[in-house]
Write a protein that binds this ligand. Structure first.
Ligand code: ATP
Ligand code: MG
Length: 360
């Protein structure tokens, strides 16, 4: 198979590394020839050469939501998951509206334009979270509003005409996610639930759990069906102190909370994406061992003791080779162990080695 990937980031990089084993060829469309996936593709194309890119591919998928309109129009027919799924995801307002219309549980919310933001937030009540409609990722374009004057920061960072989601700030017990995969015949599999820990809106680490949250599993299966999705669907949830399950957001692509599957599951999320979109049988999503992952945020390989890190039994480094920027996802470390408890101990050790601190 000849697979095209829109976006050259680490998700594409891991998809290619996994797909090589299946004997596939890969083509990446991204402005940057040095992006992680661009560097390991059979051929790289800048967006201006999208026509040439399309001619190389049997099927096209994406690892990044915020693809230019011009490109999207041209790749429409070949792209899986279908771009109608991506439409739901590209606007936070569209996404939350979809949950509301279909009766999926999610944090209470409203919408506001730039000009009326102050008034809408006042009426909605505090504390809340204001999120820009588009281009948000890794906590970017997202603001916690505890007092009315916190709005000033939003107004100074954005421009008139922009639209925002105004959402209840959820005091959750924990955050978790479930990744599902679905093929064109409607066969589905779910990955194990992972418990996720964010710092300043960015995933810091996560771990698999044997905890089964039936309601959430049903939501993921139902969303895949509703979206008629072929490929991966990652759904992030809040678990509230009173035992409610709320959808935070979805992503129709490989997800950071599924990286552990490269080492801990029978079939990784990346391989299952390729199997799903290429008409191969879905692989087992079962755990081979307890798994976990720690993100390497804003660090270079010289910033921590790599020897100590690699001396941890079951620790594996994935280094994306990107230019260092504060808070940027530079790589991650996967962990496997015999028990969830042991994974937790290893996560603590990793956080100490990488960031010199204990998990929060
Ligand atoms: P990513 O792409 O990394 O998943 P994102 O920029 O799309 O992030 P969200 O997933 O919406 O942003 O938010 C990032 C994190 O911020 C959440 O995982 C959660 O920890 C926190 N957060 C977001 N919305 C809320 C909310 N309404 N109440 C409480 N915490 C929230
Ligand atoms: Mg998120």
């Amino acid at each position: 198979m000849r697979v095209g990937i829109l976006g050259g980031g680490q998700l594409g990089w891991m998809t290619i590394l996994e797909g090589r084993k299946l004997g596939f060829d890969f083509f990446v469309l991204d402005p940057d020839p040095k992006a992680p996936a661009s560097r390991v593709a059979d051929r790289w194309f800048p967006p201006e050469r999208v026509e040439e890119f399309i001619r190389e591919c049997h099927v096209i998928t994406y690892e990044f939501e915020h693809i230019e309109e011009e490109v999207l129009k041209k790749v429409y027919d070949l792209t899986t998951p279908s771009l109608s799924v991506l439409e739901v995801k590209r606007s936070r307002l569209e996404e939350k509206g979809f949950y509301r219309r279909r009766g999926y549980p999610t944090a209470d919310f409203t919408y506001a334009g730039y000009e009326e933001l102050e008034r809408v937030v006042k009426d909605f009540g505090l504390p809340c979270v204001v999120k820009s409609e588009r281009l948000g990722y890794d906590g970017k374009g997202q603001y916690r509003i505890y007092q009315q004057e916190d709005i000033k920061k939003v107004l100074s960072n954005h421009a008139p005409g922009e639209r925002f989601l105004v959402e209840r700030l959820i005091d959750f017990n924990f955050e978790f996610s479930i990744i599902g995969v679905r093929d064109a015949k409607g066969n589905t599999r779910l990955y194990p639930t992972t418990i996720n820990y964010h710092e300043r809106g960015v995933l810091l680490y996560n771990k698999s759990t044997s905890l089964k949250i039936k309601e959430a599993e049903e939501i993921v299966l139902s969303l895949m069906e509703d979206l008629n999705l072929v490929g991966l669907l990652a759904v992030e949830f809040f678990y509230t102190w009173d035992g409610r399950v709320l959808i935070n957001e979805l992503a129709p692509r490989p997800h950071n909370t599924g990286h552990y599957s490269l080492d801990a599951c029978y079939t990784s999320q990346f391989e299952n994406l390729l199997r799903a979109i290429c008409g191969l049988p879905l692989g087992s999503t079962k755990l081979k061992a307890s798994g976990g992952m720690v993100n390497l945020l804003g660090v270079s390989l010289e910033d921590f003791d790599l020897h100590r890190l690699l001396s941890i039994e079951g620790a594996k480094l994935y280094w994306y080779g990107k230019e260092k920027r504060p808070g940027r996802k530079m790589g991650h470390v996967n962990l496997v162990a015999h028990s969830e408890q042991e994974v937790e101990e290893k996560i603590e050790k990793l956080l100490e080695i990488i960031y010199h601190h204990e998990p929060s």
